[in-house]
Design a protein around this ligand. Sequence first.
Ligand SMILES: NC(=O)c1ccc[n+]([C@@H]2O[C@H](COP(=O)([O-])OP(=O)(O)OC[C@H]3O[C@@H](n4cnc5c(N)ncnc54)[C@H](O)[C@@H]3O)[C@@H](O)[C@H]2O)c1
Length: 220
Amino acid sequence: MPRTTTIALVGVHGYGTVHLDNLRRLGDRVRLVAAADPRPPALGALPEHTRVFADLPALLAATDDIDVVIVATPLHTHLELARTVVGRGIDLYLEKPPVLTLADLRVLQEAAATSGARVQVGFQSLGSRALRAFAEDRFDLGPIRAIGAVGLWATRPRVLGAQPVGRAPQARRRRRRRRGHDQPARPRHRHRPRDRRNDSCRRHHTGHRRPLPCQCHRGR
Ligand SMILES: NC(=O)c1ccc[n+]([C@@H]2O[C@H](COP(=O)([O-])OP(=O)(O)OC[C@H]3O[C@@H](n4cnc5c(N)ncnc54)[C@H](O)[C@@H]3O)[C@@H](O)[C@H]2O)c1
């Protein structure tokens, strides 16, 4: 029977609650021996046997049977907490993003290499069971020839410069007309001083006998 892994959780609110759920799901394979957070956990949020501390140093001073510390605190606290954990030779699960700068990451790498502690950062695929499943060809795909990645994200249309739904120019004009304060279209050359007009504008404005369609009067 596999040995129970002892865990300490730093940061019990916010994303820490997801870790609490996951630890619960792992049942007897893990034991949450201690937690640290300046904000005490809600009643019943932790197992009864879990000891609660206000900070990590107090937790480490009072507990010596920890295999893994999970750090799920805000980013600016990561480096200090992470160094404290690996400095004690304890394996660390550090929430993403690991630290603020590349220089900080090197500091953490060195600290881990010195003590021999292992560090895993949340939100990365190397710890995923999917990787092993692919390596063992459990999806019956045959030999792997290449590995690619596809990213997908969504953002509000305004960010990409598109018109938000229901706010197309014609809809805006219709709304203005309904409200009864539609104005005649404004000339479009406000931004373009007379002497900087391009050739077609110059021909238009100087009464050229064959004026070209002019950018600044388009749509009037
Ligand atoms: N993997 C993911 O999908 C995912 C999703 C959301 C957040 N996160 C990461 O989780 C981490 C926490 O994010 P959050 O939104 O829960 O933050 P949060 O601001 O809600 O803080 C989480 C908890 O940490 C505690 N805390 C703060 N400083 C502490 C300290 N020095 N020692 C002990 N506890 C401390 C806070 O009191 C709080 O209970 C961040 O690194 C964030 O990027 C990861």
